[in-house]
Design a protein around this ligand. Structure first.
Ligand code: ZN
Length: 268
């Protein structure tokens, strides 16, 4: 099975764990099956991606939003999302940003009630997304701004909201100045590594597949962009991931705790 191969190759690259975000309510159940078949390495999130909004009839959308909290609990999600704002969907499919904001707002409410992080997609809408989150009384859960491609000038505003930033394959594209500049400017303790599959892939990958194993190539590219050792960066991003996603990955947490104990000096 292809998923087995993807996972095996990722583990071969020492990718310890994977969070698979939800995009369409019709696929939430199959995500839960995926997680159940690989509980040591795969965790899931449930959410409605702004890009699928044009495909979902109004009634189905309101049912899915009503059922989001229950599904997250029943399916064992470690985060809510992916959700967010997409300027392209607004422009090309007529799904207004105001409507996208309502959907996003519902996701934030559910995440807050469940104490789960929110995986946020922002494409061509950083101003509107920041204004929305800044207008909330308080953001009580971690925001994970995935595949961060915003200008570096906006980083301090996201940081004030307590955001983490997903860094994906776009930093490997030689012509992608902005993602590289932003990736250099982020504080190390806020960076997560991702593949953003199937939307992006590492430059030079002929299959353009964005497989999980490519997380290793993203990490290596980021380490060289920032002039640090990949091993050092890996320690940071693993720690950041376990902090941002405070639930799930039990076996990885247990292994890390054992390693930390065994590396502590013996005391008399
Ligand atoms: Zn996205």
């Amino acid at each position: 099975m292809e998923i087995e191969r993807f996972l095996e190759q990722a583990l071969g690259q020492e990718v310890l764990g994977i969070v698979v975000p939800g995009t369409h309510p019709d696929t939430w159940d199959s995500l839960a099956l995926l997680r159940a078949s690989h509980p040591q390495h795969i965790e899931i999130a449930v959410g409605i991606h702004p890009e699928v909004l044009p495909e979902i009839p109004e009634e189905r959308l309101s049912d899915a939003l009503m059922g989001l909290e229950k599904s997250a609990v029943e399916l064992g999600a470690v985060a809510i999302g992916e959700c967010g704002l997409d300027g392209h969907t607004a422009k090309c499919f007529g799904i207004r940003i105001e409507h996208q904001l309502q959907v996003l707002s519902h996701h934030l409410e559910v995440a807050t009630r469940l104490g789960l992080p929110l995986i946020v997609h922002v494409l061509g809408a950083h101003g509107a997304a920041l204004a929305f989150f800044e207008s909330q009384k308080a953001i009580k859960v971690p925001l994970i701004i995935h595949a961060f491609n915003g200008p570096k000038e906006l980083i301090p505003r996201w940081l004030r909201l307590g955001a983490f930033f997903g860094i994906g394959p776009s930093i490997t594209w030689s012509k992608a100045r902005r993602p590289q500049e932003s990736a250099r400017a982020l504080p190390l303790n806020r960076i997560l590594i991702e593949t953003d599959a199937p939307w992006t892939w590492v430059e030079g990958n002929p299959q353009r597949s964005g497989e999980p194993k490519e997380a290793r190539l993203v990490l290596n590219a980021l380490a060289s962009l920032r002039g640090i050792e990949a091993k050092e960066l890996e320690k940071c991003t693993t720690r950041n991931t376990l902090l941002a996603f405070s639930k799930g990955f039990e076996s990885i947490r247990a292994t890390m705790a054992r390693q930390a104990l065994s590396s502590e000096p013996l005391k008399n």
